[in-house]
Design a protein around this ligand. Structure first.
Ligand code: MN
Length: 241
């Protein structure tokens, strides 16, 4: 299985997260929030074969770390994976929306000169704006909308744009998120945790916890658990091709 959005470097207990990744054998995308964290985060999982590190600049930090964009540009040839990036229109971050747009558009434009990047994208309270930016950079790569909360119309637009959707165990405790999950086509669904930010009944989520999503999907799609596993594997293979 997989966890395509995991903040490995931000877990309070490195031994436990690294042990979880090793023992599950899951494909894990270790995302970062600032370019200056990229190399240290790569080193954390350097000896784990099925783990990749993404280069990111989180929208909630864009205004504070816009000066790290040159470092982002310098590091971008080192990885195929980009994230966490995106936009956040929530209170407290909306004030810095221009900086966020500058950073996000800059990164998408950079990605266009590669053509094969895989991007994990934050779109909290900024779905239309994120979809607009993706629409104006159609060659930026394959976008995975993480923890996507949107209307049915927005989901349809994202599907048209070729986006994937990564869903995690913590989403299953929200009716709004479950509604969104019900609109997703099987061939665009991937798995994530967003640990250690995401929690289940107060406990930090680990990659091994994505299994609960498979059970949930088996139920709502009305197909056997093993078939859900096959669909997920196939989606991951297609994504990484
Ligand atoms: Mn995240």
């Amino acid at each position: 299985m997989m966890d395509l959005h995991c903040h490995v470097d931000l877990y309070p207990d490195y031994n436990r997260i690294l042990e979880d990744i090793k023992s599950t054998g899951f494909y894990v995308l270790s995302v970062t929030t600032v370019p200056s964290a990229f190399e240290g985060t790569c080193n954390l999982t350097r000896n784990i074969k099925h783990c990749r590190t993404a280069l990111g600049l989180h929208p909630q930090l864009a205004h504070q770390r816009i000066n790290e964009l040159p470092l982002f540009d310098k590091l971008i040839p080192e990885t195929r994976y980009i994230g966490e990036i995106g936009l956040d229109g929530s209170r407290g971050y909306k004030d810095h929306f221009n900086d966020q747009l500058f950073v996000f558009n800059h990164i998408l434009k950079k990605c266009e000169s590669y053509g094969n990047k895989i991007l994990t994208i934050h779109s909290l309270n900024a779905v239309d704006e994120v979809l607009n930016c993706l629409g104006t950079h159609p060659k930026a790569g394959t976008a995975i909308l993480h923890w996507f909360l949107a209307t049915k119309k927005q989901v349809e637009k994202a599907i048209e744009l070729g986006c994937y959707f990564s869903i995690g165990p913590a989403m299953l405790s929200s009716n709004r998120a479950k509604k969104v999950i019900s609109w997703l086509p099987k061939n665009r669904v991937l798995l994530e945790t967003d640990g250690p930010f995401a929690k289940l009944e107060g406990n930090i989520v680990y990659p091994s916890n994505v299994i609960s999503v498979l059970t949930y999907l088996s139920d709502i799609w009305n197909i056997p658990y093993d078939e859900v596993r096959s669909v997920m594997k196939l989606n991951l293979v297609k994504l990484l091709k």
